[in-house]
Write a protein that binds this ligand. Structure first.
Ligand code: HEM
Length: 807
């Protein structure tokens, strides 16, 4: 494996995540090879291969200029580039164009995809090509009527000798053909599909173009037919350049495949002399993909999410029982709090490449903020009882908790482009510029968009425990929001920490509130490995302790906007260590009933006021009974991160605590539980709030029957997003909806109990933030069934988000 992360990571994922779960959608219009996505006779695979050649044709190996540099985007109006195929191909590639995937590398990847999809060899792809910013030299694309001398000169100019010229033309002209709209003298109008193929197998990358030529039974329009009288028989001239010597060697099918593999690689590696190529891009055995950290409410813990992708080409998925992820704390040590430093993950989701398969291990690990994370290693636990360790070539897989994009607290309205980004920066990283950089595409008059970047400094906001929030807002040009990549960086130079290349389209439409710890919890991480690990309840107790001591009316804000608070806390260093507060918090439990600190996996957060905005502090579900205990409520709310008991007999659940709900003094929660008088259950307008990070919460399973997770989608503007069939009932589950929609490409569940089916999305339906789809299914509290106006969508195709945005 290359050492992760690497500059080719984005290209590697586009190259190998071809089909099924988490596919990148790059094969959309060239798989299968027969695909004529641009119309009858317009075979995209053939167009992609020809596109690469026409881009290369401007190259000059003597000068070290041109070649595969995407200059074709500026040359499509030139008469030597006739036909719609260049535009179709380049505009498709353009959607994948980012700072980590140049257009010219994408054109090269297009050769790999089109050739492989048509049954040809796997052309090795190296990354690192640099895109031209203007047109290259034009007039160097060989034409059917040119003579042998011209052909030889043209090919020498791009570094091909006569034999290689014969080879590369044969390898190009094994798929596709000549079209009448562009060459109506060679292909008469009225020809079926307006196309004459180069050989009898138009959509197979085989040597028929050669054997049929040698056997004199070819129908190649650049060898026989109308072209003869017009002297436009370029393939006959090229193939005959050395009295058929080279072309005869290609009559062996295996030779043809291996020769094409090498001359096509040679072709796509004609590049300007300033290009430094990477090694050939091979699939990682083990690769972290989409790894992200985010601080959880109250900042006592953070969650590491993402996937570990394991290549199962030679090691079948069935031989892997599970994966153990072991991490180091932010000091490189092994103190990770009570839960320890490792997590066992089971696999779900299979991705296919042309020649590979991959198995995914979705990671969701809670890490105490006090100890943090700096790197991890992976071990595969095999069915035969052995383990296979992976340590990133001895480096561990690095990850910084110095800065993180707070996805839930960031939001993007894809329609208007209004973006708000919140980043959490570790307080010990000090006095800093924190910058937000947004890179998005902008349309140009050419088929390829340009990339534009905007940087701005972020404004310091609340201090939340060991971190401080920074925010910035920006308006992305209308229509371009889905292309945005978001980088947040703190500090600069060698001390910079960054969280980069985050997808704008993964942000929700609404910025979620963050339930804050008290401002007194604001601190910097200890300078040595911390011996003290405050688990979530102790930090929460800190906030209680602080309200107690400050003795301010509960309505007084603990909104931590004041920078002076932040800086003074920072300078006073460890004064606010959470452990000190824990003992304070446990002190008030003096009355006969006691305050339960722990209920199952839930820990007491504290006593909280009800929300003040007509909502409930915890608003997802509720119930009330005269036998209420904390246990009863915990069971009822097991699908949620929070539960709260109030007024002795009421129970409320939710995944977020409403932002207007403020901590109250612990002694406010003084009503015994109706079902257990020895413990407290809140009071009037006061809840005892408990929190759990355990994955008893509902999940969005990646696979439901034959459907794969697609994403959280908004409703359509004029009709339902999926409008073929629908049903609704109180027993709704993902499985039930999948069964109901059997035969449709998509199913979506919405608002806990609704189910919709369809083969495509109607107008206006777009990507929503995953956090928008957070309502529990009525029929299964372990699963998520959309949200208000939001669908949890699954598809039989596992088609990618990028593709859906194109529609
Ligand atoms: C002497 C050199 C060459 C000449 C004169 C030539 C000429 C042509 C012409 C006239 C067409 C028909 C285009 C249309 O009607 O859409 C064509 C198609 C094609 N060429 Fe070439 N070509 C040459 C070399 C190459 C090379 C080196 C490759 C790639 C390795 C290549 C790949 C293709 C492909 C794949 C098509 C089919 C496109 C489609 O079906 O849409 N050609 N070529």
């Amino acid at each position: 494996d290359p050492t992760w992360p690497s500059s080719i990571d984005e290209l590697e994922e586009i190259m190998y995540q071809v089909l099924a779960f988490n596919n990148r959608g790059f094969g959309g219009t060239v798989i299968p090879c027969t695909s004529e996505a641009a119309g009858p006779g317009r075979q995209n695979a053939a167009e992609w291969l020809r596109t690469a050649f026409h881009d290369v044709a401007s190259g000059n190996v003597y000068w070290g200029t041109g070649g595969l540099d995407a200059s074709l985007q500026f040359e499509t109006m030139n008469p030597e580039n006739p036909g719609p195929g260049f535009n179709t191909s380049l505009s498709f590639y353009s959607t994948y164009y980012t700072s980590r995937s140049s257009m010219s590398d994408l054109i090269a990847l297009g050769v790999y995809y089109s050739v492989r999809s048509c049954g040809g060899p796997a052309v090795p792809i190296r990354g690192g090509r640099i895109d031209a910013t203007t047109a290259g030299s034009v007039g160097f694309v060989p034409q059917p009527q040119d003579g042998l001398g011209t052909f030889k000169n043209r090919f020498l100019r791009i570094g091909f000798n006569t034999a290689q010229m014969v080879q590369v033309v044969a390898c190009g002209h094994t798929i596709g053909g000549v079209h009448s709209p562009e060459f109506n003298d060679i292909v008469p109008p009225g020809t079926p599909k307006n196309q004459i193929a180069f050989d009898s197998t138009v959509a197979t990358f085989d040597n028929k173009v050669v054997t049929e030529y040698l056997n004199n039974n070819t129908t190649n329009p650049l060898v026989v037919g109308k072209a003869v009288a017009l002297k436009k028989i370029s393939d006959a001239v090229v193939f005959g350049a050395d009295q058929n010597q080279t072309v005869k060697t290609l009559a062996n099918p295996a030779t043809f495949q291996s020769v094409c593999q090498s001359v096509l690689q040679q072709m796509i590696e004609v590049v300007p002399s300033n290009v430094v190529f990477s090694d050939p891009i091979l699939p990682y055995f083990v690769k972290p993909v989409g790894i992200q950290l985010a601080l959880n409410d109250y900042a006592a813990s953070m969650t590491l999410t993402g996937g570990i992708r394991v290549r199962t080409t030679y090691l079948p998925a069935s031989s892997i029982n599970s994966l153990t992820l072991t991490y180091k704390n932010r000091y490189g040590g092994t103190d990770c709090g009570p839960a320890g430093c490792s997590a066992i993950v089971t696999g779900s989701g299979v991705t296919k490449g042309f020649d590979d398969t991959f198995f995914w291990f979705p990671v969701k690990t809670t890490i105490p903020t006090a100890t943090g994370i700096s790197s991890f290693t992976v071990a595969l636990n095999l069915a035969n009882g052995t383990t296979l360790p992976f340590d990133n070539n001895g480096n561990s897989y690095p990850i910084t908790d110095g800065i993180m994009l707070q996805t839930p607290q960031s939001c993007l309205l894809t329609t208007s482009g209004q973006l708000t980004v919140t980043a959490a920066v570790r307080n010990d990283l000090g006095s800093i510029p924190v910058t937000l950089q947004i890179t998005n595409q902008m349309p140009t008059k050419y088929p390829v968009a340009s990339l534009v970047s905007h940087s701005m400094s972020m404004t310091q906001g609340d201090c939340v425990g060991l971190y401080t929030f920074y925010t910035a807002s920006y308006n992305i040009t209308e229509g371009m929001a889905n292309t945005a990549k978001i980088d947040v960086t703190s500090n600069n130079g060698s001390t910079a920490v960054a969280d980069t290349f985050n997808n704008g389209f993964e942000l929700g439409a609404k910025c979620m509130p963050f339930s804050k710890p008290a401002s007194s919890a604001c601190a910097t991480p200890g300078s040595s490995a911390p011996s003290v690990v405050p688990p979530s309840p102790s930090v929460s107790s800190t906030s209680i302790a602080s309200s107690t001591s400050s003795n301010t009316p509960a309505s007084s804000p603990s909104t931590l906007s004041s920078t002076s608070t932040v800086s003074s806390t920072q300078s006073s260093g460890a004064a606010a260590t959470p452990t000190a507060a824990t003992s304070t918090a446990s002190a008030p439990a003096a009355a006969t009933p006691t305050q339960k600190q722990q209920v199952g996996t839930y820990s007491l957060v504290g006593c909280y006021e009800e929300a003040t905005n007509d909502r409930r502090a915890l608003s997802s579900q509720s119930m009330a009974v005269d036998t209420m205990t904390a246990e009863t409520c915990a069971g009822f709310c097991s699908a949620y991160h929070y539960f709260g008991v109030e007024y002795g007999r009421e129970c409320y659940c939710g995944n977020v605590l409403d932002s207007t709900s403020e901590p109250a003094v612990m002694t406010d929660c003084s009503m015994p539980c109706a079902g257990d008088k020895s413990t407290y259950c809140g009071a009037g307008n006061r809840l005892d709030v408990y929190f759990s990070n355990a994955t008893t919460g509902p999940t969005q399973p990646p696979i439901v029957g034959k459907y794969n997770w697609y994403g959280c989608q908004t409703e359509g503007t004029l009709s339902r997003a999926l409008n073929a069939l629908h049903t609704a009932n109180d027993n709704m589950t993902l499985e039930a909806c999948a069964g109901f929609c059997d035969g449709y490409t998509y199913f979506g569940t919405e608002y806990s109990r609704e189910c919709y089916c369809g083969n495509s999305f109607t107008e206006g339906s777009g990507v929503a933030g995953t956090s928008d789809c957070s309502m529990v299914c009525m029929g299964d509290s372990k699963e998520l069934c959309g949200g208000p106006d939001r669908l949890s969508v699954y598809t039989t195709e596992g088609s990618s988000k990028l593709m859906s945005m194109q529609q």
